[in-house]
Design a protein around this ligand. Structure first.
Ligand SMILES: [Zn+2]
Ligand SMILES: [Zn+2]
Length: 420
């Protein structure tokens, strides 16, 4: 079979789509309550939007984007995440000159990465993310973390935790990186190849290594090398989280590898202690807007893979919404008329286009979870009525109504039920 979906992509059928809609509803509702407006950006951008700002030689992101030339010879990239496009859009629209902070969210944003198939990861996945542009205040960082905590709580995620760190800013980070290098230099010969490369290009990422754990454990900590302004910011953030009743653990191995990331880094994890899985990450990127050609404007945000959220969510409906009425008619045209009247009355209705027996049609109605069967077979046609049969409530009696009255106002007749 040639016509199969590309590796690393998914088809979503109605039952799963209902869970997606429920998840999107939770995300949208939270974003609204937290004062965000929705942003939609293109699926592809000029390649430099991503390549100058995400990943580096030691990072997989750089090698795993979908890059292509269009027919006009432009070099384009399918977005691997949402932040760079959001900042590009923000700057292009001139929003830096408007009221700040600017709070934007995106939901079900498709993101593309050419990941190795054995990792079992999707090459097209979907993200929910929030970006706050134009606020450097620690209350913004606290608010982002509070939003994520509320999100996971509303999704019924059990036992999640927050890891938190501050990685300083351009004032204090150079001295910290020097301290890291001084610590790591004598250890280098025994470290893994990735660490050898990180030592050269991106020393903060040395703390990310899952193999050289002993070296990481003894490494100098960013939080001990903060300048006064960064230390005050971090202390205020922790105080805000304490006040909000949000538990967190300071983890000095939590880092982001780029100059434009500043101060706050956070990560939400789930699972048993010792086998914790990252759900999502976020933090502050005060240098990103400037690095993309804008003014020096502080910013912070987070993004989460929605497939990951669906996997950990306990409290989302799994069923497709049922029908209000199934029209079991003998004549397809009468079924069409009844369905038209029902649908215009705001009800979900369906019919049998295949001319099957009443018994088969009632089975279909049951399978679809219909609340009512609207029966219009030979006996009903002879008396010019419709038979309204409740399918969900075994105690409710069925009842006959004039066919013309049903077509005129099916909503009233069904809402009032058999007693009406
Ligand atoms: Zn290593
Ligand atoms: Zn600092």
């Amino acid at each position: 079979m040639d016509l199969v979906r590309p590796r690393g992509t998914e088809d979503v059928f109605p039952e799963a789509a209902a869970r997606w809609r429920a998840l999107e509803g939770v995300c949208r509702s939270l974003a609204r309550r937290y004062g965000y407006g929705e942003l939609r950006t293109p699926t592809f951008e000029h390649s430099e939007v991503f390549h100058r700002h995400l990943g580096d030689a030691t990072d997989v992101v750089q090698k795993e984007t979908y890059d292509f030339k269009d027919r006009g010879g432009r070099q384009l990239t399918l977005r691997p995440e949402g932040t760079a496009g959001a900042v590009r859009a923000f700057l292009q629209a001139g929003l830096q000159g408007g009221p700040l902070p600017c709070k934007l969210f995106y939901v079900t944003l498709s993101a593309f990465r050419y990941e190795r198939p054995q990792a079992g990861r999707l090459r097209e996945h979907h993200q929910f993310g929030c970006e706050v542009l134009g606020s450097g205040d620690p209350s913004t960082d606290a608010e982002l973390i509070a939003l994520v905590a509320d999100l996971l709580r509303e999704l019924g995620v059990q036992g999640f935790g927050v890891r938190l760190n501050s990685i300083g800013d351009p004032a204090c980070r150079p001295a910290y990186l020097e301290a890291l290098r001084t610590y790591y230099r004598p250890l280098l010969p025994e470290l893994c190849p990735d660490c050898q490369a990180r030592f050269q290009h991106n020393p903060l990422r040395l703390l990310d290594c899952k193999r050289d754990r002993e070296a990481v454990a003894g490494a100098p900590r960013a939080a001990d090398h903060l300048c006064a302004a960064c230390a005050a910011h971090f202390a205020l953030l922790r105080g805000h989280l304490d006040a909000l009743g949000i538990d967190y653990a300071v983890d000095h191995t939590l880092v982001r590898g780029f100059d434009y990331y500043t101060r706050t880094v956070f990560e939400f994890v789930s699972g048993e202690l010792g086998a914790q899985n990252s759900i999502l990450g976020g933090g502050r990127y005060d240098g990103l807007v400037a690095s993309m050609g804008g003014p020096a404007l502080p910013a912070a945000g987070f993004a989460v893979g929605m497939e990951r959220l669906l996997a950990v969510a306990g409290g989302l409906p799994a069923d497709a919404p049922p029908l209000d009425a199934y029209v079991a008619a003998e004549e397809p045209r009468e079924a069409l008329l009844a369905c038209q009247a029902l649908r215009r009355a705001g009800l979900a209705a369906d019919m049998d286009p295949l001319g099957r027996s009443l018994r088969a049609q009632l089975r279909a109605a049951d399978r679809r979870g219909a609340t009512w069967a609207v029966i219009r077979q030979a006996p009903e046609r002879a008396r010019d009525v419709a038979l309204l049969r409740p399918l969900r409530d075994p105690d409710a009696p069925q009842r006959e109504v004039a066919w013309s009255a049903f077509l005129a106002d099916p909503g009233r007749l069904l809402r009032h039920g058999a007693a009406g």
